[in-house]
Ligand binder design. Structure first.
Ligand code: NAP
Length: 294
């Protein structure tokens, strides 16, 4: 028997439909939501991610601009650009694409973005609001997208044991904070696992929901999963493949072909979490525009 697929693309389309309606409402007030992307250097993955987000913004009627800065950009120069975007009333969302060159502190950059325009949800104020359970802050897009996938797939988290593999600041840690909130769409018992965890399979084998966010190609195998569990694959890993036209292929953190015979629900990858990340970013941008123009 194969697991039921959690179709991230179809669920992202539902979210986009709602976002488009909110854009239309703003347009009737003469306001066009606007997001500005800032990319430093020519990292191919960053180029691709910003390109996809820019395209989706345009499809929803969100104004989108991209600043491409050279790799040699200094931190003061980047901070000055952020200051100007913070001050611009026609910019509602600001996204500085990570990773940044090593001579620039990501912490300093994320701290500089006006928290009201921090549609990525990385500003310490928004991170703090998330931990405090204050819904007025922006939530990081990927973990918010994982929660939305679970809600819209009617997979209950209340009382469920959720094992999150990976404690990164972008996915694992904020997802733990989201799913342990005292709220009907959360209320999970969360285990946050990492590279120093002893025998992670002892916990994942008990979990009702396993989220893999390590960046370790196909590390999660069928024997790590409880029969009937839900498995969400966040990881994106590039592995060499001379047979592929690009010389590589992208795989997730789970061995999908095995896990589909054990799990009840599983995300495909691609087509699972990735589209949701973009959908939540677009929704956050419209939320920022609504709040800044209220
Ligand atoms: P990260 O900050 O590097 O965190 C990776 C985490 O995985 C760390 O906590 C690390 O443990 C843990 N880990 C690594 N190997 C492990 C092992 N063998 N057993 C248990 N834990 C292990 O990465 P990230 O930014 O959170 O991203 C994680 C993955 O998600 C990446 O593949 C990334 O490309 C992907 N991603 C996807 C999307 C999307 O939209 N689909 C968005 C963002 C990220 P330590 O803390 O002990 O080092």
């Amino acid at each position: 028997m194969s697991a039921q697929l959690i179709d991230g693309k179809a669920i992202a389309d539902q979210v986009h439909h709602e976002t488009r309606q909110r854009v239309q409402t703003l347009l009737t007030r003469g306001i066009q939501p606007a997001i500005v992307f800032v990319r430093v250097g020519e990292d191919p993955a960053s180029r691709a991610y910003v390109g996809m987000k820019d395209k989706q913004a345009a499809a929803l009627g969100i104004l989108s601009r991209t600043h491409v800065l050279p790799e040699t950009t200094t931190q003061p120069e980047l901070l000055a650009l952020i200051d100007s975007l913070n001050a611009d009333p026609n910019t509602h969302g600001i996204l500085v694409q990570a990773p940044l060159p090593s001579h620039i502190s990501e912490t300093a950059v994320f701290f500089r973005v006006d928290p009201r325009k921090d549609v990525d949800g990385f500003h310490p104020l928004n991170v703090g609001k998330l931990l405090l359970g204050d819904p007025s802050g922006f939530r990081p897009c990927t973990p918010a997208g994982v929660q939305e996938l679970l809600i819209r797939s009617r997979i209950p988290t209340a009382g469920a044991l959720v094992a999150i593999l990976g404690r990164g600041n972008i996915v694992g840690k904020p997802l733990a904070a989201i799913l342990c909130q005292k709220a009907p769409s959360a209320n999970a018992t969360v285990c946050l696992l990492h590279s120093a965890s002893r025998d992670f399979s002892a916990l994942t084998r008990q979990a009702d929901i396993v989220v893999a966010a390590m960046g370790r190609a196909e590390l999660v195998r069928a024997h790590h999963i409880k029969p009937g569990a839900t498995v969400i694959d966040v990881g994106v890993n590039r592995i060499d493949d001379p047979a592929s036209p690009r010389g590589y292929r992208l795989v997730g953190d789970i061995a999908f072909d095995e896990i589909t015979h054990v799990a009840a629900h599983v995300t495909p990858n691609p087509g699972g979490v990735g589209p949701m990340t973009i959908a939540m970013l677009m929704a956050n941008t419209v939320t920022a525009a609504e709040a800044l123009t209220a």
